[in-house]
Write a protein that binds this ligand. Structure first.
Ligand code: PLP
Length: 436
């Protein structure tokens, strides 16, 4: 439903920022619907839900440790380091006060991206539910039984489907195949070849669709749910993905404590999250708000060509509008963020919790990729760099809310990159170099 010129004019009159968004200019939007944590009302999830999700991860740790040796050092817990990026700060962020960290989710084991949190969690909770219902397991059992042939042959009766531009498919495909499910990943033909190859190698079926990615999702959903034993992971409306992501907040709380980093009124925490459909940044924001309350300020970062969550939130129309409705093409090289319509589940929650959203030009993603590589030796995929310029975006917010910035703690969430083949990474890097 592309809006008429008159409707577009109405939006631009009502919301002046819409003109810049439609002109593809980078913008910073402050969320007028942000609430103090005490005033937040009627969220569909609670802190208990997040704690329960953390327990599920714990139950599956023996299985993950068994099946994925790269998680053994952490006893089957999938987590990433928090690194201070001083060289980057000294070179490019001298005017930003406070400390600057990178949350290295590009190093997450198994999937190499933030999707290792949401995607793997959703498949594990589904597997547990099936096994509990079949009386194969009890919650207090040792979950290395999920590695047994008996379990794998049980799960082989069931199918899992997912539509994905790439990283979600990787995480769902890899964990589902490992558990023994029949897993199908529905991708658009222009998804990265190495991702398709890797998925097939891991035992997933990859189906490719011409045309817009949303067609791949619709086809995948229809095909999967036509099987009574099929389960579709729905990125556009998933509570489980959201909960899986939220657990990151409890882990980060622990890491900050270990590093003796205090978060309070004098040491506010600013977190910058690359945003596609809004699930991962929404889940992490929800979690961080449970843990740090009003001392944490979360910002989403979207490509100028795919500002789906920004448009949903700013207009208040949520998932009822897409970027295409506003004449925006959803073409970006940040394939992890190339989403035209926001998640229904996540956006309704982020509405009250996210401090703001900024948009970023593709060229800037590549420039930050090079900056980080040159100063810190850390290599991210383009999508994953969107959070890095965050500290330079938010001065209007800091002024308006009269926040003492002196001892701020900034965390840019690095969301993916370690599985990118070296050749592809070299291309990203060279492209960034040529832009400078
Ligand atoms: C999926 C993804 C994101 C964004 O997560 P959403 O849940 O889609 O908002 C960010 N970065 C990378 C690398 C991703 O793959």
């Amino acid at each position: 439903m592309v809006l008429t010129q008159e409707e577009l004019n109405d939006w631009q009159n009502k919301l002046p920022i819409m003109k810049d968004i439609m002109d593809l200019n980078p913008v910073f939007w402050m969320n007028p619907y942000l609430k103090n944590v005490r005033e937040v009302s009627s969220l569909p999830l609670t802190r208990d839900d997040m704690e329960e999700a953390a327990s599920l991860w714990q139950r599956f740790a023996p299985f993950l440790e068994n099946e994925f040796p790269e998680t053994a050092d952490a006893n089957g817990i999938i987590e990433s380091p928090l690194k201070q990026i001083n060289h980057m700060k000294e070179s490019y962020f001298t005017e930003v006060s406070g400390d600057f960290y990178l949350k290295c989710d590009h190093e997450l084991p198994i999937a190499g991206s933030i999707k290792a949190r949401g995607g793997i969690y959703e498949v594990l909770q589904h597997a547990e539910k099936l096994a509990l219902e079949a009386g194969l397991v009890y919650r207090h059992d040792h979950y290395d039984v999920f590695s047994s042939e008996r379990f794998k042959s049980f799960f082989s009766q069931y199918s899992i489907g997912v539509g994905s531009t790439g990283n979600l498919g990787l995480s769902i495909g890899i964990i589902s195949a490992k558990l023994g499910f029949n897993v199908s990943v529905y991708m658009s033909v222009d998804a990265k070849q190495w991702k398709k190859d890797l998925l097939r190698h891991k035992g997933a079926e990859v189906l490719e669709f011409e045309g817009d990615f949303s067609e791949a999702i619709s086809a995948g959903r229809a095909k999967t749910v036509s099987d009574p034993k099929g389960y579709f992971v729905d990125d556009e409306d998933s509570k489980h993905l959201f909960l899986g992501y939220s657990v990151a907040a409890l882990r980060l709380e622990k890491q900050l404590k270990q590093e003796n980093i205090t978060i309070d009124a004098d040491h506010p925490l600013f977190v910058y999250l690359p945003c596609g459909v809004g699930g991962s940044p929404g889940g992490i924001t929800f979690g961080l708000k449970q843990v740090f309350g009003d001392h944490v300020h979360c910002f989403f970062a979207e490509p100028t060509h795919s500002p789906s969550v920004l448009i949903g939130l700013a207009t208040g129309e949520m998932d009822h509008v897409s970027v295409q409705d506003f004449g925006i093409d959803n073409r970006t090289e940040a394939d992890g963020l190339a989403v035209g319509r926001p998640s229904r589940f996540a956006t309704a929650i982020s509405d009250q919790l996210v401090s703001g959203v900024y948009t970023i030009d593709d060229n800037e993603l590549y420039r930050h990729l090079v900056m980080l590589a040159d100063t810190e030796g850390i290599y991210l995929e383009p999508s994953a760099t969107a959070g890095i310029p965050g500290p330079k975006q938010i001065s209007p917010y800091v002024r308006k809310n009269d926040i003492d910035f002196t001892n701020a703690v900034h965390i840019a969430w690095a969301t993916g990159g370690s599985l990118v083949p070296e050749k592809d990474m070299e291309k990203f890097y060279n492209k960034g170099k040529s832009i400078r």
